[in-house]
Design a protein around this ligand. Structure first.
Ligand SMILES: *[C@@H]1O[C@H](CO)[C@@H](O)[C@H](O)[C@H]1NC(C)=O
Ligand SMILES: *[C@@H]1O[C@H](CO)[C@@H](O)[C@H](O)[C@H]1NC(C)=O
Ligand SMILES: *[C@@H]1O[C@H](CO)[C@@H](O)[C@H](O)[C@H]1NC(C)=O
Ligand SMILES: *[C@@H]1O[C@H](CO)[C@@H](O)[C@H](O)[C@H]1NC(C)=O
Ligand SMILES: *[C@@H]1O[C@H](CO)[C@@H](O)[C@H](O)[C@H]1NC(C)=O
Ligand SMILES: *[C@@H]1O[C@H](CO)[C@@H](O)[C@H](O)[C@H]1NC(C)=O
Ligand SMILES: *[C@@H]1O[C@H](CO)[C@@H](O)[C@H](O)[C@H]1NC(C)=O
Ligand SMILES: *[C@@H]1O[C@H](CO)[C@@H](O)[C@H](O)[C@H]1NC(C)=O
Ligand SMILES: *[C@@H]1O[C@H](CO)[C@@H](O)[C@H](O)[C@H]1NC(C)=O
Ligand SMILES: *[C@@H]1O[C@H](CO)[C@@H](O)[C@H](O)[C@H]1NC(C)=O
Ligand SMILES: *[C@@H]1O[C@H](CO)[C@@H](O)[C@H](O)[C@H]1NC(C)=O
Ligand SMILES: *[C@@H]1O[C@H](CO)[C@@H](O)[C@H](O)[C@H]1NC(C)=O
Ligand SMILES: [Cu+2]
Length: 564
């Protein structure tokens, strides 16, 4: 059987020289409890195939990957393929109670991951409770045969996955967070490829090490799989060339540091052009506001040149921007522009059918005295989009939409803030802070071109929000500080080479304008990728209707959808 499939692959390879045939690849993901030791303590974590970070999926542009997920853990789970557009296939996108019910302990689900124009780095992660803390991994999408990178092929490619490690069980962190209504405990360490690095106790032995040859070029496939923070990253004495973001190419630019939001990916070239030595790569939190507790530690890995020399001990640390330097973060993200070349054209919608303004806020609600409330003034933290705090339904929205089941969701998500106010003022009245509950979607006819402006608010002291849309990449046409001005700000939009992304960090007390064409039918979640914010309710969904043609309709429902 194996021989046969190899022959078949060989045959496809021959065909593909002429036809660039897309391949169907397969993987098995077993969800299981696995024992891991970090920071001098051993505990069980949830993993895929016993690996943390999980297995890397490799594909070429346009391929389909079929992943057989088997839940041998003891809890519900769902898996999401972050940044994969899944044309017409919301069924296996993954967010719990949005497109599916969870895969229960002992259950299985065959998930089809349909790639289209994505090329570069994406990732997959759990999309139920906070399991994604340990259940995540890279998706590497290389140019299909007969095409090339729009830059010299790197000598080697290395996934660099940034994450968090808690000493406690992540489920306990989540339960305490839900119970108290306060911020969650900060993680005990940040990690690079699953390792805290040698500045932490008991971690020296396993510190991630990247061995390089002088003169070669490496591609770092960077993923921020961290839960709650934007991260800064650098390598001592080395300068990066950023070439891709969210599996789309960008105009190459150089930077000594990287700023990366949860959910975001970056493809970065690293030339090994410094004196042979050991250099630290390091990452730490960027924090726009000091209110939330954060992990102030630095995680490290080592870049080691091959050769015979006396290494500096300890290695040099990179100089990263100051932890509160929002200028550095904004200047980095402002440098990201689509490559927009003949081989990699872009299609920015110029005429807009529907305009939306969505406020993104952190809120307070009154605390019930009979429960343990740990915040000031006896209030619990919540979050909202256009003043609606999302309430998870009991049956997934996709199922309810597909079968026409009433009473599961409403279709009246507000197009604009229900109340206009000076969103970014410093003296906002407490009365504005309380949101309402809702399970609301916004319905879009097929092919609608949408402009969506995210407006940060200062209701509880502003903070960045890395907003992520499922089912689409979108163009970031504008961004600024303060309140969005509908007559003035569009004049400075970039409609020539805006970046094409699936996650964008809305600046603290600022706004970001995005555009996309709703040509992928289905139910698609949109949410903040800070885990605490999505849990507080900063999410909503779009339902994109089927088009008229048969190739503009959702694929049929897989028979093995997990039951509720
Ligand atoms: C969260 O942090 C507090 C204060 O350090 C600690 O007492 C508590 O045990 C932590 N919770 C968990 C679940 O680790
Ligand atoms: C590396 O950078 C440090 C300052 O960050 C500098 O002191 C040192 O000379 C540099 N080393 C090399 C080999 O360039
Ligand atoms: C490394 O360099 C030292 C000093 O030049 C030399 O004595 C030693 O033999 C070299 N080792 C190897 C493995 O080349
Ligand atoms: C960061 O920069 C601010 C403003 O320059 C300064 O007040 C603060 O001390 C710096 N923090 C650190 C950790 O260097
Ligand atoms: C913030 O970072 C930028 C870019 O690295 C730097 O030019 C600027 O001096 C920094 N500002 C502060 C206050 O540290
Ligand atoms: C407060 O919580 C208790 C126990 O869960 C419940 O019985 C009560 O209705 C709640 N009160 C309010 C105002 O939500
Ligand atoms: C906030 O300050 C502005 C300018 O000082 C003032 O016009 C406004 O009334 C204040 N709003 C509140 C809610 O205090
Ligand atoms: C949000 O909704 C609540 C409940 O309807 C209302 O009291 C509050 O004023 C609204 N706030 C804003 C900012 O729209
Ligand atoms: C909103 O939903 C939460 C549960 O997520 C509930 O505790 C709260 O009482 C609800 N608030 C209102 C005003 O219904
Ligand atoms: C979708 O919009 C494009 C123009 O943006 C148009 O060419 C195409 O015909 C439209 N398709 C449908 C089905 O409306
Ligand atoms: C938008 O900008 C125009 C021109 O600068 C100004 O007249 C108008 O008041 C602004 N609108 C808001 C809501 O700030
Ligand atoms: C697991 O999922 C099932 C089906 O949706 C649900 O009924 C059950 O409450 C879930 N269990 C937990 C612990 O969330
Ligand atoms: Cu947020």
């Amino acid at each position: 059987m194996k021989d046969l499939s190899l022959q078949f692959l060989g045959f496809l390879f021959l065909v593909s020289i002429f036809a660039s045939e897309a391949l169907v690849r397969r993987a098995t993901f077993v969800v299981q409890e696995t024992s891991y030791t970090r920071l001098c303590e051993t505990k069980n974590i949830l993993t895929i195939n016993g690996q943390y970070p999980g297995p890397t999926l490799y594909a070429e542009t346009g391929d389909t990957i079929i992943v057989d997920v088997q839940n041998k853990g003891d809890q519900n789970i769902t898996l999401h393929w972050h940044g994969v557009k899944q044309p017409r296939n919301p069924w296996t996108d993954g967010p719990e109670f949005i497109t599916q019910c969870p895969i229960k302990a002992g259950g299985r689900f065959r998930q089809q991951i349909i790639l289209s124009d994505e090329e570069g780095t994406l990732w997959w992660h759990a999309h139920s409770d906070w399991s994604r803390a340990t259940v995540h991994g890279a998706i590497v999408i290389r140019p299909k045969k007969g095409t090339t990178y729009p830059f010299p092929k790197p000598d080697k490619e290395v996934p660099i996955i940034l994450g968090d490690w808690w000493k406690s069980d992540i489920e306990e962190i989540l339960q305490e967070f839900l119970r108290t209504g306060a911020d969650p405990n900060a993680s005990d360490a940040l990690t690079i490829n699953g390792q805290p690095g040698d500045l932490f106790p008991c971690s020296k032995q396993d510190t991630f090490k990247m061995i390089v040859d002088y003169g070669k070029t490496y591609m770092l496939r960077m993923i921020n799989a961290g839960m709650n923070n934007i991260l800064l990253f650098g390598i001592a004495n080395h300068t990066f060339t950023i070439v891709g973001q969210d599996a789309a190419y960008v105009k190459p630019f150089k930077s000594d540091y990287i700023s990366i939001s949860p959910g975001q990916t970056l493809d970065v070239l690293l030339e090994a052009n410094q004196a042979p030595n050991h250099y630290y790569m390091a990452s730490r939190v960027y924090i726009g506001t000091s209110r939330a507790p954060f992990d102030s530690s630095t995680t490290t890995a080592i870049l080691e040149y091959r050769g015979n020399y006396t290494a500096s001990s300890p290695p040099l640390l990179p100089i990263l921007p100051n932890i509160t330097n929002s200028t550095a973060v904004r200047s980095f993200s402002g440098s990201l522009r689509s490559l927009a070349s003949v081989a990699h054209p872009i299609h920015v919608p110029l005429n807009v059918d529907k305009k939306f303004l969505f406020t993104v806020s952190v809120n307070f609600v009154a605390c019930n005295n009979s429960v343990d409330c740990r915040t000031a003034n006896n209030q619990r933290l919540r979050a909202s989009i256009n003043n609606v705090t999302f309430q998870s339904p009991k049956i997934d929205i996709l199922e309810a939409y597909y079968r026409g089941i009433n009473g599961i969701y409403g279709d009246d998500f507000p197009k604009n803030p229900p109340l206009e106010f000076d969103y970014t003022a410093t003296n906002l009245s407490n009365a504005l802070r309380t949101p309402r509950n809702g399970t609301e979607v916004r319905v879009l006819p097929f092919n609608t071109t949408v402009e969506l402006v995210y407006q940060g608010t200062n209701l509880l002291g502003g903070i960045e929000h890395p907003m992520h849309l499922h089912g689409y990449s979108f163009y970031v046409v504008g961004s600024g500080l303060g309140n969005f001005n509908r007559t003035e700000d569009p004049k400075s939009y970039n409609l020539v080479d805006p970046p094409l992304v699936n996650t964008i960090s809305v600046p603290r007390n600022g706004w970001t304008a995005i555009r996309f064409k709703a040509d992928n039918p289905g139910v698609w979640l949109m949410h903040c990728h800070f885990e605490r914010h999505i849990t507080w309710g900063m999410e909503m969904a779009f339902i994109v209707r089927n088009g008229k043609r048969s190739d503009q309709k959702m694929l049929s429902r897989p028979s093995d959808m997990p039951p509720c």
